[in-house]
Write a protein that binds this ligand. Structure first.
Ligand SMILES: *Cc1c(COP(=O)(O)O)cnc(C)c1O
Length: 228
């Protein structure tokens, strides 16, 4: 199947899920995750209407972005090293993986230098697997509190990754727990905290994520095929 066909099928599935969840398809933003995918194939996805692109690595994003349609909006979804913030602070629309004060501090500093305010999500480590990034659920309040002190960034919501090996049946309780955190903050605006985005769900579990309240899903292999 072509990338355009994959996207059409994905859209159909998302639509069905939205119906079951009592939402409009336009309530769920589909991000195309482009790690390991070359610029030509990324442009096929953009041409098929997916304008939000997610990369895990700063270097990979920077080297591809030049050859990708300029209408695309890039997000970083992978673990972020503090010393790489300066390369992307004015090049991306949203950073999904903020999980520590040190990172907030550097985003604030670099944003101020170039006169921007980067939008970020706080990544929640809901499985509390050691190998996963993210702030622990019980530390979210403290991280938000810390983030509210940095003027040159905006906290827009939360992101999570379900435990490795979960699927549409088994991921739901994890997504539900992050939704509950999201709901505590959603709609409240205080200083630079303005929560409206809940980024969760990948190829294996986006249907569960939508049913549990995700409004942004991050899909790679269902669009571009299995990564080698
Ligand atoms: C790779 C990746 C995805 C997409 O994974 P697929 O299973 O290919 O859909 C989503 N989110 C993050 C954080 C990823 O690293």
């Amino acid at each position: 199947m072509s990338i355009a066909e994959n996207i059409a099928l994905l859209r159909e599935n998302v639509e069905k899920c939205c119906q079951n969840a009592g939402k409009k398809p336009s309530d769920v933003q589909i991000m195309a995750v482009t790690k390991t995918v070359d610029a030509d194939r990324i442009n096929e996805a953009v041409a098929a209407g997916l304008s939000v692109l997610g990369e895990n690595r700063v270097q990979e994003l920077l080297s591809k972005a030049e050859n990708v349609d300029k209408s695309a909006r890039w997000h970083i979804i992978g673990q972020m090293q503090t010393n790489k913030v300066k390369y992307i602070v004015d090049k991306i629309e949203l950073l999904h993986s903020v999980d520590r004060v040190e990172l907030l501090k550097e985003i604030d500093r670099r944003s101020a230098q170039v006169g921007t305010k980067l939008s970020v999500l706080l990544e929640v480590n809901i499985s509390e697997e050691i190998s996963k990034a993210g702030v622990k659920p019980q530390d979210v309040d403290r991280l938000i509190e810390a983030a509210s002190e940095y003027e040159n960034l905006n906290v827009r919501g939360f992101m999570t990754i379900a435990p490795t090996g979960t699927d549409n049946d088994t991921a739901r309780p994890y997504f539900e727990r992050v939704f509950n955190i999201f709901e505590r903050y959603a709609g409240k605006t205080e200083k630079n905290i303005n929560v409206s985005i809940l980024s969760m769900g990948m190829t294996a579990d986006y249907q569960a994520a939508i049913l549990e309240g995700a409004n942004m899903i991050r899909v790679g292999s269902a669009i571009f095929g299995t990564r080698s």
